[in-house]
Design a protein. Sequence first.
Length: 80
Amino acid sequence: MRTITTSAHIEPDTTARLSVFAPTPEDEGFVSLRIGGEFIDLALIARPDTADALRALARVAEEAASALDRIADTTPDGAV
């Protein structure tokens, strides 16, 4: 990954969409995964040789969602 560090809060209305850009004679093709909200739109550009990195990102996102589910199941004071 090329370097940039930023942060944004995911909100319940955050959207995600995939755009596929087919190969051309000058380019191997790529996908764009866009995650957005009212003020921020993040685009992750992935070329064919980065599929494993994108799968790893999906796995970590699923783990994060599960952690949020567990947090939501705790009482307001953090007790389980």
